[in-house]
Design a protein around this ligand. Structure first.
Ligand SMILES: *[C@@H]1O[C@H](CO)[C@@H](O)[C@H](O)[C@H]1NC(C)=O
Ligand SMILES: *[C@@H]1O[C@H](CO)[C@@H](O)[C@H](O)[C@H]1NC(C)=O
Ligand SMILES: *[C@@H]1O[C@H](CO)[C@@H](O)[C@H](O)[C@H]1NC(C)=O
Ligand SMILES: *[C@@H]1O[C@H](CO)[C@@H](O)[C@H](O)[C@H]1NC(C)=O
Ligand SMILES: CC(=O)N[C@H]1CO[C@H](CO)[C@@H](O)[C@@H]1O
Length: 353
């Protein structure tokens, strides 16, 4: 018994030593890289320079796939797997310096996995391994309000995203109808990326916040409604865009009418701004203040509705909705009133009245 135990321990030791030796001979284990979906990625690999270079890049699966090969001083792509066709390149001018890095273009989710870089020269050979993950980070979170229901959505995400709702100031979750009546759904598109969407009851007196998270990336969209503003055809109105964001240098500001029509958009980059006003609104837009307030004039009843100010940075989107009510001008002059109702009358007709 005792003798058997000792021999087992010895065998264990020997196998540990062999394992260590194998690992060090392959350049210290796997390297992990994360690359962006649809973009290019360089899988790094180097070797001690020497003549008669042979380079094989393989994707390790049940059956290894040939990704790219090089020997006799040229690319050898006869064995290349179809899915890599036209998407790979070595830095051929760098090969004599011991650079066997692989450029892989237009990444798909299928490209994820473990790769082997095999190099050989007259001086010897070497294997190294790279584990590649592909991510499609959350870029834009969209928030909309319709009939007191909030909809938050984001598309083209990998890995699978999470969506959460909150409010500012925070609300008591157990009594908040908004967090109880919620439904979130995700679907996968034909590229394997996730679309996520969620609906929730709008909470009137608070800033409603939707957060979408995938991997280490988090993006938010907020929506709040502020007190209605009143205007009249003869007055000027200023609709504030009260987003509590100071020290912002780079952002986009968009004003919309009834959440669909763009009134204007403005891009701010490090203190300079560029504004575009829609032709339909040139008459009404008087100015955009430094704080983002929209100054309007020459309003008619068709301009009554919801004005939304959307401020977006690379991280967040903030939406502020304001209802603008147009009340008719007070009429002090009967002559003017008659003229308005019967515009076909000749001017001297109503002067006589
Ligand atoms: C190989 O060359 C490419 C292109 O110049 C460079 O981006 C890469 O960092 C090099 N890799 C190594 C391992 O030297
Ligand atoms: C502003 O609107 C114009 C016209 O629709 C569009 O071309 C431009 O990209 C927009 N700019 C921003 C910053 O959204
Ligand atoms: C328009 O707004 C800018 C600041 O954004 C201000 O300097 C300017 O005086 C305003 N013009 C008018 C006509 O109100
Ligand atoms: C602003 O809008 C432009 C054009 O739509 C876009 O390219 C840019 O990324 C946006 N910038 C920010 C900070 O959202
Ligand atoms: C408070 C509450 O009911 N939250 C639910 C919102 O919807 C998600 C997804 O359907 C659930 O997981 C939460 O429990």
């Amino acid at each position: 018994m005792a003798c058997g135990l000792v021999s087992m321990t010895l065998r264990g030791l020997v196998s540990v030593v062999i394992l260590l030796w194998t690992v060090t001979s392959t350049d210290g284990g796997d390297i992990h890289v994360t690359c962006l979906f649809s973009e290019d990625c360089v899988l790094a690999c180097s070797f001690q320079p020497g003549s008669e270079e042979v380079i094989h890049w393989l994707k390790l699966e049940d059956k290894d796939l040939t990704v790219h090969s090089y020997y006799y001083s040229t690319d050898q792509l006869k064995q290349q797997r179809e899915s890599y066709r036209g998407r790979t390149a070595l830095f051929n001018d760098q090969i004599p310096k011991g650079n066997a890095s692989l450029l892989l273009r237009g990444l798909t989710l299928q490209d994820q996995g473990r790769y082997k870089c095999y190099t050989s020269t007259i001086k010897g050979n070497k294997e190294s391994f790279i584990n590649m993950a592909v991510e499609a980070p959350v870029r834009l979170v969209d928030i909309q309000l319709s009939d007191d229901i909030l909809t938050c959505s984001s598309t083209g995400i990998y890995p699978e995203p999470k969506l959460t709702w909150s409010t500012d100031p925070p609300s008591d979750l157990s009594f908040d109808p908004g967090t109880i009546q919620n439904s979130t759904s995700t679907k996968v598109d034909d590229r394997g990326l996730y679309d996520i969407t969620s609906t929730k009851q709008f909470i009137r007196d608070r800033t409603n916040i939707c957060t979408v998270t995938s991997g280490t990336v988090e993006r938010t969209a907020t929506l709040k409604q502020q007190d209605p503003v009143q205007g009249s055809p003869s007055s000027e109105v200023s609709i504030p865009c009260s987003v509590s964001q100071s020290d912002l240098l780079t952002f986009n500001l968009t004003w919309r009418f009834n959440q669909i029509d763009t009134i204007l958009n403005s891009t701010y980059t490090k203190g300079t701004s560029q504004m575009y006003i829609d032709d339909q609104w040139k008459e009404q837009v008087q100015n955009l203040s430094d704080s983002g307030s929209l100054q309007l004039h020459k309003l008619t009843v068709v301009h009554q509705g919801i004005y939304s100010c959307e401020l977006s940075t690379a991280r967040d989107t903030h939406l502020v909705l304001t209802y603008l009510e147009i009340t008719p001008d007070k009429l002090s002059d009967g002559t003017k009133f008659t003229f308005t109702i019967y515009p076909h009358c000749k001017s001297h007709d109503h002067i006589k009245q």
